[in-house]
Design a protein around this ligand. Structure first.
Ligand code: FES
Length: 118
């Protein structure tokens, strides 16, 4: 559902720092689900579990800023809930608007913990 919350109109793109952030336990994100990861900078990532493999991308859609963590998973891609733009979770490429990619982040699982290289 579309919202006019100012959070979605002033979204921040996460800065690349190379830091490895521990964001939660594997059991916190069941297969087929997405979750929002809030960074201390105020930026957000969307984290997904696709059949046991984890993916992370920036959370806000470059079209109108919808939260992609709430989008619809289609294999290793996510479809934005608002207007249907689709993003490859491996690369961040926008599948129907090649000029509008998002950032994709490396995710590691170590001892049951999910870690993202931001
Ligand atoms: S906000 Fe329009 S497609 Fe995502």
């Amino acid at each position: 559902m579309q919202t006019f919350d100012s959070k979605y109109q002033n979204f921040k793109r996460p800065a690349r720092t190379g830091a490895l952030l521990t964001v939660g336990r594997v059991a916190d994100v069941p297969p087929g689900r997405g979750a929002t990861v809030e960074l201390t900078s105020g930026a957000e990532l969307a984290l997904y579990n696709v059949e046991g493999r984890f993916y992370a991308v920036e959370n806000f859609c470059p079209h109108r800023g919808a939260p992609l963590a709430d989008g619809n998973l289609c294999g290793a891609s996510v479809e934005c809930d608002w207007h249907g733009w689709r993003f490859d979770l491996n690369t961040g490429a926008c599948l129907n608007r090649p000029d509008s990619p998002i950032e994709a982040y490396e995710v590691r699982v170590e001892d049951g913990w999910i870690k993202i290289v931001v």
